[in-house]
Design a protein around this ligand. Structure first.
Ligand code: ATP
Ligand code: MN
Ligand code: MN
Length: 425
């Protein structure tokens, strides 16, 4: 036996994109604590602090075993002074005083509640908090003028804060597929975001759309949106066009983390079936139910003044089972404006990419957010390259590096390939 093996520190690389980070790991108690502090920093618009806590948490998520004592942390990267202090506190006392104080602070609770409204960011929430608005009901009563997104966000507050399950994501995927294929046969739809990383729930569902014949995807989004609207599937949508070509900074040098694909932030109206039956859709007209028509008056409120959904029988879709079904029906039953109903609101993000950029878009939209950040940081600092969701640019050779798969991008970056399920940093 090698002497001192039990003390040997496993060598852990310092960038999250060099490590495998599974969804389930051994240090949840510690990472939950650090995540609260990260979230608080982000809500206070202290991005740097937020990233430091997120990096420390990501390091712990990648460890092959539970950390039981501070001595096991020696030699590990990414653990700043503050994070280490919190970790030690939790290891010794079971809780961190700072985390407890943060979690129960009026400001943190209010900021979480307010930014939990779709369309409300930290800046707006902070302004409202300082006016004494601490929750959605306060806001409702305040008489503040809200934009369309925020009005919808407030209206569907409870259900938009209810996790979206995998079966619900699959059902949404079937609808998206029908919409896309109706307007562009041969287009390819890929589930991205958290669900691609193997998460069982998400705050939304994300899809990437492309077509093998480059150029055919241009202008696709408005057509898809029109189809979805005509069928009564959308409660809200905001589409932004592709601004990649017009941008002045040049490709792969986005001014922010925002990319410039054709994109749609939306809220779907997903039918729920109380018996928990799953009805397959997407195989032609026989899947349209003649009985399940859109009779809910609220679909015709401010969101779609012109939609004529009555004339279209709605396809059945759902798909909620067990505990989740009960939770959903409880929320829907208590929903302030509608009473019990047979559908729920779900946040959906759609992105369209040209085929030649698909691998970059796929990598950039699969996440996690920290994993993406770490990839870009690795590219710049270790490889003198610029990575975006559109392209990879080698600054020394002054050329773009092509890739038709994620594997090729990792190879260009000199990184071991990390599959989506291990990008949960
Ligand atoms: P959740 O399950 O909570 O939805 P998620 O990982 O899917 O988790 P999202 O916020 O849906 O989180 O983001 C998915 C991916 O899309 C992330 O990798 C993120 O970097 C990317 N992304 C999100 N918004 C943008 C944006 N505006 N511009 C570029 N990329 C974005
Ligand atoms: Mn998502
Ligand atoms: Mn998203």
């Amino acid at each position: 036996e090698k002497p001192g093996l039990e003390l040997a520190v496993v060598s852990v690389p310092s960038y999250a994109c060099q490590r495998h980070t599974p969804l389930l790991h051994h240090n949840t108690i510690l990472t939950d604590a650090l995540s609260i502090l990260a979230e608080n920093a982000e809500l206070s618009e202290n991005e740097g602090r937020g990233v430091a806590f997120r990096r420390a948490a990501a390091l712990l998520k990648s460890l092959p075993q539970e950390v039981r004592g501070a001595e096991q942390l020696r030699g590990l990267p990414c653990l700043g002074e503050h994070s280490l202090r919190v970790i030690k506190e939790v290891l010794e006392d079971g809780v961190s005083h700072e985390v407890e104080t943060t979690m129960h602070s009026e400001q943190f609770k209010a900021m979480k509640a307010l930014t939990g409204i779709f369309g409300v960011g930290a800046k707006t929430a902070d302004r409202w908090f300082r006016e004494g608005i601490h929750n959605p009901s306060n806001l409702q009563r305040s008489g503040h003028t809200l934009n369309r997104a925020q009005r919808i966000g407030l209206k569907y507050y409870d259900e938009l804060n209810l996790p979206v399950t995998k079966p619900e994501a699959v059902a949404i995927g079937q609808i998206v597929e029908r919409a896309v294929h109706a307007v562009l046969p041969g287009a390819e739809i890929t589930l991205i975001g958290g669900f691609r990383r193997g998460k069982q729930t998400g705050h939304d569902v994300d899809f990437l759309i492309t077509h093998p014949d480059e150029g055919r995807e241009e202008g696709l989004m408005p057509k898809v949106v029109s189809w979805l609207e005509a069928q009564g599937f959308l409660l809200y949508q905001k589409t932004t066009g592709n601004s990649y070509l017009e941008s002045k900074e040049g490709p792969a040098r986005p001014a922010s983390n925002m990319d410039r694909f054709e994109r749609c932030f939306s809220i779907f109206r997903l039918s729920t079936d109380n018996e928990g039956r799953e009805i397959q859709t997407g195989d032609g007209p026989q899947t349209y139910s003649p009985t399940l028509t859109n009779t809910d008056p609220h679909t015709h409120s401010d969101t779609h003044p012109h939609s004529k959904t009555d004339s279209h029988p709605l396809p059945q879709t759902l798909v909620v089972v067990g505990d989740h079904a009960q939770k959903v029906s409880r929320v829907l039953g208590h929903s302030q404006c509608s009473g019990p109903r047979s559908w729920r609101a779900v946040r959906v993000d759609l992105v369209v990419s040209p085929y030649s950029q698909f691998a970059f878009a796929l990598l950039g939209w699969t996440g996690s957010k920290l994993f993406e950040r770490e990839l870009r940081r690795w590219a710049v600092h270790e490889k003198a390259m610029t990575l975006s969701s559109h392209a990879l640019y080698d600054r020394k050779r002054m050329q773009y590096l092509r890739a038709s798969s994620e594997e090729e991008i990792f190879a260009h970056l000199g990184l071991e390939y990390i599959p989506p399920c291990d990008r949960n940093a």
